[in-house]
Design a protein around this ligand. Sequence first.
Ligand SMILES: [Zn+2]
Length: 117
Amino acid sequence: MEGSGGAPIERRCRWCRFPLAEHAGPGRPRQFCSQACRQWDWVSRQRARELALSDGELVMARTELDALHDDLYVLECAVADTLKDLSSEMSAKEAIDALRWLLDAATPLANRRLRSA
Ligand SMILES: [Zn+2]
């Protein structure tokens, strides 16, 4: 574990934000985790140019945004439930159940990659 002082800034894929492995050796550091991500980034830049979007703007499929909001809502409920549970005495089994529910709610977000198509 790196201390807070000189921890390197973690590099992430420019498209999907997946953490990139530490770059070793000569050459430019990688910007993408895969060829597919490099391609989608390029396509999105072309589209942005066509639509005269600025670099910080993005067009996103509504279904994708809705799915993200749904996952966030489930996580929000799980966090609220877990906070409530923690404020009272819990048995070990109840604590494990609460943790499971929280993990069930968090896992889809942890595994989420925005689809590119
Ligand atoms: Zn990527």
